[in-house]
Each structure stands twice: as structure tokens, then as C-alpha cells.
Design a protein around this ligand. Structure first.
Ligand SMILES: N[C@@H](CCC(=O)N[C@@H](CS)C(=O)NCC(=O)O)C(=O)O
Length: 273
């Protein structure tokens, strides 16, 4: 529990009506003391309202810049794993100071590591995002959640955007099709049911190529979280990269971004810590 009362930045008297118009929602954070309620006005401002304000409509109301604890966004991360792409997204969004990243262990393919009792993911996996006690799991769901929560960086597409449907489709296609196809291919598995359900690597390559022939990134001229997600298997598993120049160029464009190097440094530092 942080000490919000100690970090008041400014205060103002406002009516209940004024404030209720502005207040987003009450946080689920326990009140620091009797008669005081906490409201998140937006992700930059926390309102502390005391009993007098609540009863009379005029009283002590303080707006402060929240610390990460107020946002209560926690990301469970294992370095050099599928959660690295979520840390990269946090870096791309510029909100590292608003997400607490907890390093946990996972069982690794080489036999090292183990499920970490400190990781609340029901299967012990990463990534897991926890926001105000609600667990969000699966990389594409977490990416959608974070880009909706932090729209200013322009890495997602909000409801009402003409590209919202394409954005959701690329994110879902990654989880529903691309990962199963890449994993089955790497495992040397083939079966008519797999082909019928997911198709295969040539179809994945054709879909990516078809879009990248039209635009430099999947949603057009600008890099988005859809690129970050779709590029990720080729980043960890370069052997899976198709020998298609348009795809290789797209990967190079995505990896030329500062956050691509920053996540490598972040993971390296986390391993050495
Ligand atoms: N579809 C999930 C996959 C999550 C996943 O399998 N994560 C791996 C890390 S690369 C993991 O936690 N493995 C640990 C385990 O299997 O216990 C996602 O994309 O979030």
C-alpha cells in the first residue's frame, strides 16, 4: 500500500458534480484511512476525496500524479520468453514507469527453470498482466488491453477507428493460426486435420506477403502492436523466417526501432540481476 496522502501535488475545492463528471471510476485499492476514497480520474491523476467532500459536496479533494501502485498494473515476465514482446510493447508505449514488471521463472525447454509460485498465472505461464486484481492472459489479449489503455502512442486502433477490425484480426490470427502453424512446423508435425484447421507455413507467408506488398506495416504506413506481435516468432526463432525479401525487410524495419534493442538489454539485465 503506497502512501498517497504524503505525495499530494496540488489541492482544490470542487463540487461533487464537477468531480463526478470527471472521475473515471473508484479504484479497488483499499482506502488509506477511514472516510477517504480514491478515484482514478484518468491514468495520470488520482483523486483523493475525504468524508466532508463525500457528504457535503465541497471539501478536500486532492489530485496527484499517481505512482505505479495506483494503476496497479503488474506484468509477470520471464526474460527471453513470450512475455518479452509484452515488455517491448510497454517500452514502445512509453509506460514502463506505470507497469510493475515482476520477474518470475518458468520451465525452459532445456530442462532448466520451474513454475514460479510467485506467478499467479493458473498454468504458471508468462505473460500475465494483472490490472486492479483482474488477470489478463494470452499475449494478443494483453496487447489489445494495453493499447486500448494507453492509446496515445498510436500502437493500437481504438473502437471507431477504420482499422479497428484489421487490428483485431491480425492479433487474433496470430494466436489462432500463426503460432500453431509455426509450432507444428518446428515440431515436424503434419496431419490433414492440422492442414484443414490452420493451413500451413506457405499460407502464413502468403498472407503476410500480400499485406506487405501493399503497405510497409500490417496496418498501413505506421508500425503497430500487430507488427510487434507478428514479428515476434521470427525474432526468437530466426530459422523460421521465410526467405522472402518483403518479409525480411519488414522484420528489419520493425527491429530497427529503439525498443527492439531496449528489450534485449532489459532481458539481459534481468537475467544478470
Ligand atoms: N499463447 C500464450 C503462450 C504462453 C506461453 O506458452 N508462454 C511460455 C513462455 S515462452 C511459458 O510460460 N511456458 C512455461 C510453461 O509452459 O510452463 C501467449 O502467447 O501468451
Amino acid at each position: 500500500m503506497p502512501g498517497p496522502i504524503c505525495s499530494l501535488a496540488d489541492t482544490a475545492d470542487e463540487t461533487v458534480e464537477d468531480l463526478v463528471m470527471k472521475v473515471g471510476r473508484e479504484t479497488q485499492q483499499p482506502s488509506p484511512c477511514p472516510g477517504v476514497r480514491l478515484f482514478l480520474l484518468n491514468r495520470r491523476t488520482l483523486i483523493i476525496a475525504d468524508r466532508k467532500w463525500q457528504e457535503s459536496g465541497v471539501g478536500h479533494v486532492a489530485a496527484i500524479n499517481p505512482t505505479r501502485s495506483f494503476l496497479m498494473l503488474t506484468l509477470y515476465h520471464a526474460p527471453h520468453s513470450r512475455s518479452s514482446r509484452i515488455v517491448r510493447l510497454v517500452l514502445e508505449l512509453g509506460v514502463l514507469d506505470q507497469v510493475e514488471i515482476r520477474i518470475v521463472t518458468i520451465p525452459r525447454n532445456d530442462g532448466s527453470g520451474a513454475i514460479d509460485p510467485a506467478n499467479p498465472h493458473p498454468e504458471g505461464k508468462v505473460p500475465l498482466l494483472v490490472h486492479d486484481e483482474v488477470e489478463i492472459w494470452e499475449s494478443n489479449a494483453i496487447m489489445l488491453y494495453l493499447t486500448d489503455l494507453f492509446p496515445d502512442a498510436g500502437l493500437g486502433r481504438s473502437v471507431g477507428s477504420p482499422d479497428r477490425g484489421s487490428y483485431l484480426s491480425w492479433l487474433a490470427w496470430y494466436g489462432n493460426v500463426v503460432e500453431p502453424v509455426i509450432v507444428c512446423d518446428a515440431a515436424g508435425l503434419s496431419h490433414p486435420f492440422l492442414d484443414a484447421t490452420f493451413r500451413g507455413v506457405p499460407e502464413v507467408v502468403a498472407r503476410l506477403t500480400g499485406q506487405l506488398e501493399k503497405t510497409p506495416f500490417l496496418l498501413g504506413e505506421q508500425f503497430s502492436a500487430a507488427d510487434l506481435l507478428l514479428v515476434s516468432p521470427y525474432v526468437w526463432f530466426p530459422q523460421a523466417t521465410p526467405d522472402v525479401p518483403i518479409i525480411r525487410d519488414w522484420i528489419a524495419r520493425c527491429q530497427a526501432r529503439p525498443a527492439a534493442e531496449a528489450i534485449t538489454d532489459f532481458d539481459q539485465a534481468a537475467v544478470q540481476a
